[in-house]
Design a protein around this ligand. Structure first.
Ligand code: ZN
Length: 180
């Protein structure tokens, strides 16, 4: 998706991402790379992510991980930068995502059983005991929402911890980044 813009050094671009990762960037030229994406981050200089053409028959733009300088097809975001799975020690994070995924599925299912097609898909939002569906009795509706809130609170707690861990790792990385 970066292909059409790697020569456009005058524009501020925006990535469409739901999470609060650095998403505004500009492109700068560099002799050793196809281009360098410079993400705007708070309280620091831009966070550089170099792009390179790989030497396959149909060349693709790939990333250089700003931390380990290895070629990578994917980078992962945190609140203040991007790095590869290995550098972000994502295995640990991914393990704990088992619980996170299970909770997310459970809370979506429960919401659906309460509100049907009207159920909110936003798992970062806590549900409130409003908009009781007509077919439901009020006390069982309140019970269900209370049960749902317990799951939502556990889920949000785990997500929060994951973001704190990712932030720590990427903060340490950002200090080490002196590639360019
Ligand atoms: Zn890396």
């Amino acid at each position: 998706m970066f292909k059409p813009i790697i020569s456009d050094t005058d524009t501020r671009f925006q990535l469409q991402c739901l999470d609060k990762f650095p998403h505004i960037f500009s492109v700068s030229k560099h002799d050793d790379f196809a281009a360098v994406l410079r993400f705007e981050i708070q309280d620091a200089e831009s966070f550089p992510v170099p792009l390179l053409w790989d030497n396959t028959r149909y060349p693709r733009l790939i990333f250089i991980c700003p931390c380990c300088c290895e070629k990578r097809l994917y980078l992962y975001g945190a609140s203040n930068g991007w790095a590869c799975r290995k550098c972000l020690k994502l295995n640990y994070v991914v393990q704990s995502m088992g619980t996170e995924d299970r909770l997310r599925k459970r809370l979506r299912k429960l919401r659906h059983s309460i509100w049907g097609a009207e159920a909110s898909l936003d798992t970062f939002e806590r549900s409130y005991p409003f908009s009781k569906p007509k077919r439901k009795r009020f006390d069982s509706f309140l019970n269900d929402v209370e049960k749902l809130n317990l799951i939502e609170d556990r889920y949000l707690g785990i997500v929060q911890q994951r973001f704190v861990r990712l932030d720590k790792v990427i903060n340490a990385l950002a200090r080490k980044v002196n590639l360019i």
